[in-house]
Write a protein that binds this ligand. Sequence first.
Ligand code: NAD
Length: 357
Amino acid sequence: MQKKILITGGAGFVGSSLAIGIKKKYPQYSITCLDNLKRRGSELNLPRLDSLGIQFIHGDIRNREDLYSVENELTTIIEASAEPSVLAGINNSPDYIINTNLLGTVNCLHLAAKVKADFIFVSTSRIYPVEPNDQILFTEQDTRFVLSEQQEVKGVSGNGISEDFPIDGSRSFYGATKLCSEFLISEFNKFYSLPTVINRCGVITGPWQMGKTDQGVIVHWVAQHYWNKALSYFGYGGQGKQVRDILHVGDLFELIDFQLHHMDKVNGRVFNVGGGKEISVSLSELTAICEKITGNKIPITKVQEERQADIRIYISDNSRIKAATGWVPVTGVEETIRDIYQWIKTNELLLKPILTR
Ligand SMILES: NC(=O)c1ccc[n+]([C@@H]2O[C@H](COP(=O)([O-])OP(=O)(O)OC[C@H]3O[C@@H](n4cnc5c(N)ncnc54)[C@H](O)[C@@H]3O)[C@@H](O)[C@H]2O)c1
């Protein structure tokens, strides 16, 4: 079947990667990317979209007129626009993040309901609150914190954090706006029969992520090493032992490709999606990989206090998504870092002003 897809945030890292992945695999599909280009560096993706015949609309999801200017025979909306920083709204006004991540998503839902398009939502593991995360039991090893097999908090095990993890408590404006959107997506699914799926992604990374200090940490780490800058380990003893699973955007594409074509298998469902236990890394391990690949060793300051809304450890338990779809991530940590390194090396002049600011 011919698909007509709207990707919001389609000039961003995830949105453009999905658009390009889909267009390369299904050249006959019509793809429109809508983005307000708020994220610095997203403009670099416009020629990449254009060269493949992907339509671009410079528009804002906060504005229904922009959204409704998209042709109305859509089969699918992939909502990948956001203010994705965990720190947004904490030390400045939360207006933008609320208006985009919540009210903008509601606008996208109305459009999906109006044109009867499937709705694929890129949500985040940051919907889980900070306080129960602090209660996760762990052991401290040489280079990282490790989840204990036996846990007291529901929804966490040695395999990571499942969808049963508690959701009471605060988590950041970023996580809260995404969770509120998830709630409303469920209502549209139930009462308007809108086909929907929610993917709560852990850290996603890969080439074309415009990493900065507060978002896109993996690319930021590689870039700082590449250009011989400096970094800091914040909190948790200042040793860089905090751990995240990391998902290569190419692996995310494989999952979205499945959901695009098998909505019946995922409709109405919520999934944790990430690299999982096998594809996880601590900051100190990431430093060692970056040193090996770039050949550069840079100063890393140890800062005792934690960043606001930070967490010690997050690993996605992929059991539910695997059972529903068969999907598993395959790209290992070092392979992903090499991929990012090659991208920076190939596009050094273009990327330096963005990745070193
Ligand atoms: N990158 C990650 O590690 C990660 C992890 C989990 C979830 N996510 C989710 O994935 C999605 C994409 O994130 P990303 O990493 O590609 O970030 P990104 O900043 O690269 O992409 C987001 C895009 O949305 C655009 N945008 C912002 N406000 C907008 C608005 N009001 N109207 C239209 N466009 C707007 C930005 O210009 C940007 O191009 C987000 O929903 C984010 O919450 C990302």
